[in-house]
Design a protein around this ligand. Structure first.
Ligand code: CMC
Length: 444
């Protein structure tokens, strides 16, 4: 049909409305025209957690959850993982096209020019407690970068946006590595721009007394591929956060810090951490059926399983599972892999997981590799955040330049009290048997 439409009959009034369908969607503001009386607010759609609401038009990433497809700017994730590097993929995501050789050289140079941080950023990180979670350090430090780069508030200036993009992609590994060294009580290692993006990150993490750190090429490549796999994932929780915060025209450091905070939750980017805790708790294969029973009784979730969009095997998890073998040849096998493989086997044969279409997601195997490479579990979401920075910046800029976007301001359905009037404290009746505020029921 040339101009597809939807006809809605309002059974309250008998009126019919014709709503255009564009790109498989109706514009929710069309619903506002549906009213019983002219002076009433119109109909709204109710969609908690935005399960069935497109909040933007995007050209960055594409997911077909039923077929297990992920593409960045049209390129299949499998091809990028095999043939690209993280920095090239970041260019693709941020700029929209793969770079030419000269553009790529310039891009690499521009990112490397921004790997160092102001000494005061170092002092800021030193101020965190010895046992501070590195994700908390990352979120706080990235937010603080806005005070170092006040020019970042010029969000409508393309040169400023480019500069902040280079700074963020360049500095994320440095901040992440400093956070790690802080937790270990080790001196911070400054960037080594002779190395690749990922090689330099490994140097800042693991360099000890040697004059120059030489990353193991297998581990360097494995981490680079992991970064490629985590670079963007269309409208997930943290991408929605960067767009939402950015929609108020906050500077990109504040928006990216907020996105990183969202990523740090165990249902999002910290699920990889939770997977390792779960596998350690299982301890050996014979305890797997007990865990499966708890999951089926809804006492807990199988971490690293399930996805809002993928109702098939997460394509990223497939690639990560393959990388694991190459990594283990260097590091030795992480014994958790055997538990994970068996857990996957049992789960994928179980009717609960089959009927709920629950498959391993990106986080199921990534943590096992990170652990084998020597990362403590608290660093896992931080690694995710480094990689996702390119995706966040692309989502942020796309939002800013989209004429259809405005400050995010959803509606609510109010179910609270109708108007009531203030009673002075002295005349308010005490609640019998409830002496402390802590005993009054409520969410807080
Ligand atoms: N284990 C057991 N049951 C599950 C799981 C799980 N991991 N995930 C979903 N379900 C069940 C859930 O109980 C519900 O069952 P029912 O319909 O019978 O009540 C059904 O599947 C749908 O669950 P949901 O919570 O409505 O699904 P969602 O789309 O809101 O949640 C999710 C997606 C990723 C938060 C969820 O699958 C989950 O909590 N997984 C574990 C955490 C995890 O691995 N997160 C990483 C996600 S991938 C990295 C990223 O992009 O952030």
């Amino acid at each position: 049909m040339a101009n597809p439409t939807l006809t809605i009959t309002d059974n309250r009034t008998g009126k019919q409305y014709t709503v255009p369908i564009e790109n498989g969607a109706i514009n929710a503001s069309e619903l506002a025209k549906i009213k019983v009386a002219a002076d009433e607010p119109g109909l709204v759609s109710y969609d908690p957690a935005l399960l069935n609401t497109a909040v933007c038009k995007s050209k960055v990433g594409y997911i077909d959850g039923d077929r297990g497809i992920l593409r960045y700017r049209g390129y299949p994730i499998e091809e990028l993982a095999e043939r690209s590097s993280y920095l090239e993929t970041a260019y693709l995501i941020v700029k929209g096209e793969l770079p030419t050789a000269s553009h790529f050289r310039m891009w690499q140079h521009n990112i490397k020019m921004h790997t160092m941080v102001h000494e005061n950023v170092k002092h800021l990180i030193e101020g965190f407690r010895y046992d501070a979670h590195p994700m908390g350090i990352l979120v706080g430090t990235v937010g603080a970068l806005s005070t170092f780069y006040p020019d970042a508030k010029n969000i409508m200036d393309v040169e400023s946006r480019r500069m902040q993009t280079r700074r963020l992609i360049g500095k994320m590994p440095t901040i992440a590595a400093f956070a790690y060294r802080h937790s270990r009580g080790l001196p911070y290692v400054y960037p080594d721009n002779d190395l690749s993006y990922t090689g330099n990150f490994l140097s800042m993490l693991f360099k000890m007394t040697e004059l120059k750190y030489t990353p193991n090429p297998t581990l360097e490549r494995a981490l680079d591929v992991l970064f490629i796999l985590h670079a963007d994932h269309e409208q997930n929780c943290s991408a929605t956060t960067v767009r939402t915060v950015g929609s108020s025209h906050a500077d990109p450091y504040s928006a990216v810090a907020a996105a990183a905070a969202a990523l740090g939750g165990p249902l999002h980017g910290a699920a990889n951490e939770a997977v390792i805790h779960m596998l350690r708790e299982i301890g050996s294969k014979e305890h797997i059926p007990d865990l499966i029973r708890q999951v089926k009784n809804r006492e807990r979730r199988l971490m690293g399983f399930g996805h809002r969009v993928y109702k098939n095997y997460d394509p990223r998890a497939k690639i990560i599972k393959q990388i694991a073998h190459a990594v283990f040849e260097v590091t030795g096998k992480n014994p958790l892999i055997d538990i994970a493989l068996e857990l996957e086997r049992i789960a994928l044969e179980d009717d609960y997981f089959v009927s709920h279409k629950l498959y391993p997601n990106v986080d199921f195997y990534s943590g096992i590799i990170y652990e084998a490479m020597g990362f403590p579990v608290e660093m896992f979401p931080v690694l995710f955040a480094i990689a996702r920075t390119s995706g966040w910046m692309a989502q942020w800029a796309e939002m800013l330049l989209d004429d259809e976007q405005k400050i995010v301001r959803p509606k609510q359905i109010y179910l609270g009290y109708d108007e009531r009037h203030y009673v002075p404290l002295a005349t308010r009746r005490e609640v019998e048997g409830v002496p402390h505020e802590t005993e009054i029921r409520g969410p807080l």
